[in-house]
Design a protein. Structure first.
Length: 511
């Protein structure tokens, strides 16, 4: 509420500091309040504001298809009902323009004004709908009201979010939010497509497009100021992203996030959660994302039945305080980690990643298909890990053991216990992709037992046999002994020679 109020106040202050220029088109008198039902027709278009226009509570303003509404530097404040229904061939246009030179209307860079749906004084904006409209420099501020915003296009190249929601139960559906990154960058900070400060909106079937190359752009932001419980489903996040872009960011509140599509272009973080709320993320598809889901702080997430495909990390758990239940997901072909971190990991297919599960915290890993990961199936931390009852693509114990990086290789690490293991793919996990390579058991020079808490030496393929090692030791001992005998004999000969020489010299002297 506070953040939305600040946005509106700043916009009002900026608007009040600008000057008004007369134009040759139809005018709405300054400071008008519409107190009875009114209709703006195509014959009146464009409708130009000379001041803030207010639709009083209990009153309906109807805007016909094809009408252009130029708010200029002002706002439209709706306490009553706004019906603005265009159609696919005759859209309604909302613009923020001023009259420049001979009455020509020109879009002003960075000029943004709001349409405000307010619940002040008990108003509900009941029945309000904007459909098949185009927004250029005009944003929606929904304050405790419940309008329907459907099939609209938001062309945004400014530093203000196209839609801000602070309370109420609005329906935001089938819209396209198109960003122009070059102008956004001029603001020196990012912009959110939809801000949820509170309320229970339904945000469904929208498309987030354009160039998200500005700093820290976010498609949908669920803020910390007031708890929100939005339903976010069937949206598509497909744009040109930068490293700091996020599809959905949750700071607080308990959104339901289902059936969304995230096309990351190698840069997008699909969903980032830094809240302490209980959140379910299910049936989404994350393709080519920097990270499908990033869990921070004390995130408490249920991650269920999603697909994480061809990104850098599937799931990235950056805080040990986070608590995740990860189940029924397909986590495949990520270039680094399938899962980075841990929690309860059950009934997933974790395949064809570089490392399947990296640094899991203590917890149960069971009934997963962990197959085809190119470097390691699991890399351990200092914790002992229970990874029994998984399918590893083979029933050869030694081959499974070689895919696990734990105490047998580095004694500082904990031990991953993987027995007993499944003898066929887990039926509770998603189907293993058909292109997953078949694992062929590789015989080791020395058979490995099941890992224990004691480190196990891992001989290389070139390690000599025990017999050869003993022979080498014996050969070295013989050479050393022979050398010592020779040296002793040399010293004895020298000493005897020296003594004989002394004896001969003494004999000569006495003679």
């Amino acid at each position: 509420m506070k953040r939305l109020a600040c946005i509106i106040l700043i916009a009002t202050i900026l608007v009040s500091g600008l000057f008004f220029v007369e134009n040759a088109y139809a005018q709405i008198p300054a400071g008008i309040t519409i107190s009875s039902n009114e209709e703006w027709t195509i014959s009146q278009s464009p409708v130009n504001f000379n001041g803030t226009v207010t639709v009083a509570s209990g009153v309906t303003l109807t805007i016909d298809p094809g009408v252009t509404v130029n708010l200029g530097m002002y706002s439209l404040l709706v306490y009553g009902t706004l019906i603005a229904q265009g159609n696919s061939s005759s859209q309604i246009a909302f613009a923020a323009t001023v009259n420049v030179n001979s009455g020509n209307l020109t879009l002003q860079n960075n000029l943004v004004v709001p349409i405000i749906f307010s619940s002040l004084n008990g108003a509900t904006s009941s029945g309000s709908i904007i459909q098949n409209a185009v927004f250029d420099g005009v944003y929606l501020a929904i304050d405790g009201a419940s309008p329907e915003i459907d099939s609209c296009l938001f062309n945004f190249a400014t530093g203000v979010s196209p839609i801000s929601i602070d309370g109420g139960s609005p329906v935001i559906s089938n819209n396209t939010i198109d960003f122009n990154g070059q102008s956004i960058q001029g603001f020196g900070s990012g912009v959110d497509g939809i801000n949820v400060f509170g309320g229970s909106p339904l945000i469904t079937s929208n498309q987030f497009e354009g160039d998200f190359l500005g700093y820290s752009n976010i498609g949908i932001y669920v803020s910390s100021e007031v708890s929100g419980t939005p339903i976010i489903n069937n949206n598509s996040f497909a744009a040109q992203y930068s490293n700091s872009s996020e599809g959905i960011s949750v700071v607080s509140g308990s959104p339901q996030i289902t059936n969304n599509q995230f096309e990351g272009g190698g840069y997008l973080t699909g969903i980032i959660d830094s809240s302490s709320s209980y959140i379910t993320i299910s049936n989404n598809t994350f393709s080519n994302c920097l990270s499908g889901i990033t869990a921070q702080a004390q995130s408490t997430l249920t991650v269920q039945a999603n697909s994480f495909l061809g990104g850098t990390d599937g799931i990235d758990i950056t805080s040990e305080a986070a608590s995740l239940t990860i189940t029924d997901n397909l986590i495949d072909s990520n270039s680094l980690y399938g899962i980075n971190g841990g929690g309860s990991i059950t009934s997933n297919t974790i395949s064809n990643n570089q490392i399947g599960i990296h640094n899991p915290s203590s917890g149960v890993i069971s009934y997963n298909n962990i197959v085809g990961n190119t470097e390691n199936s699991i890399t351990a931390t200092v914790d002992n890990i229970d990874a029994a009852n998984n399918w590893w693509g083979t029933t050869d114990t030694a081959t499974i053991n070689r895919t696990i990086y734990d105490s047998k290789i580095d004694y500082h690490l904990g031990t991953v216990t993987f027995t007993p293991f499944l003898t066929q793919p887990s039926t509770s996990a998603p189907t293993i992709p058909s292109y997953t390579p078949t694992i062929t058991p590789v015989p080791l020079p020395v058979p490995l037992s099941t890992p224990t808490d004691e480190p196990v030496s891992m001989p290389s393929q070139d390690s000599p046999s025990f017999v050869n090692q003993v022979g080498t030791v014996l050969n070295l001992n013989v050479i050393t002994t022979a050398t010592a005998i020779v040296l002793v004999l040399v010293w004895v000969i020298l000493i005897l020679g020296y003594a004989a020489k002394r004896g001969i010299s003494k004999y000569r002297e006495e003679s």
